[in-house]
Each structure stands twice: as structure tokens, then as C-alpha cells.
Design a protein. Sequence first.
Length: 183
Amino acid sequence: MKNLKGALPNALTFINMSLGVLAILLVINSSSQMNLMIPASMLIIIAALTDRFDGKVARMLNVSSDLGKELDSLSDLVSFGVSPAIIAWKTSFIDIGIAGYIITLIFPIAGAYRLARYNITPFENVFSGIPITIAGAFLALNNIYNNFAITNKRYTNVHTSITILFMLTLSFLMVSRIKIKKM
């Protein structure tokens, strides 16, 4: 019975990761005729909801483990670091060359650093830096807005500049030592 109880939080974690991978696949499959950026961004938002519950379920069932913590971090990196950054690149940075690649890389690197620091820090009632889940969800919302702007022909280079500033700010906030109370 304990193995079954332990499988539930991990299943939620794998759903989170699967949604992130599906978002990446939608971006890869997206073309000018079929814009899948909004559905891909929505998958990231749904992944954030599943991520909200995996740890709570593990603690509620008293099956928290180091393995579960590591799986959660790896899933978070895919769903909230890599996926929203790729969508931002495809939506906003694809035409700006090497600068677009660099900006896109900074976001998941900052997220990976933040997750690694979190995993080696003793449990506290505060986060140090904003969680990657929040940063990725905010970037996904920005990506949704940008895609609506593109669809309605209201997209300008200002959106690209704002997205660059937004991603760099979120990246900084993830690696910062700003204290945020856990909910």
C-alpha cells in the first residue's frame, strides 16, 4: 500500500514534466499556418497547477522522499525553465539572431541554479529567490499575451524588448536572495 501511496505524488510530478515536454513538441510542430504557441503556453499553466499539488500530496500521505524532490526539480526545469523559454524564443527572439539564443539560454540556466540551490538548502518557511514555477508561469502568460498581439497584428519590436527585459528580470529574481514566504 505504501508503494501505491508513494506513486501518487510522483505521478503528479510526471504529469507536470509531460505537459512541459508536450509544450515543447507543440512549439516544434507550430508553423505560420497553425500557431500552437497559445496551447503550448496553456500547458505550462496547467503544469504549474499539478506542481502545486505533488509536494502537498506527498506530505499529506507522509511519503516525501529525496527521490521525489529530485524528480520534482527535474520536472520543474523542463516545464518552467526550458518550455516557456523556447516559446518566448519562437515568439519573440527567433529573428534577433545570437542575442535571442543567449537570452533564451539565460532563463533555464537561472532556473537550474535556483532549483539546485533550493535542493541543498535546509527546509525553511521562506524561498530564497522566486520559485521557477512562478517565473515560468509568468513567462507563459507573457507568451500568451505576445501571441494574441501577433494574431491581432499589434505586435511590434517593443514587445520583443519588453519580453527581453521581463525574462532577464525573472532570471535575476530566481537567482537572487530575495526572501518570499512559502504559502
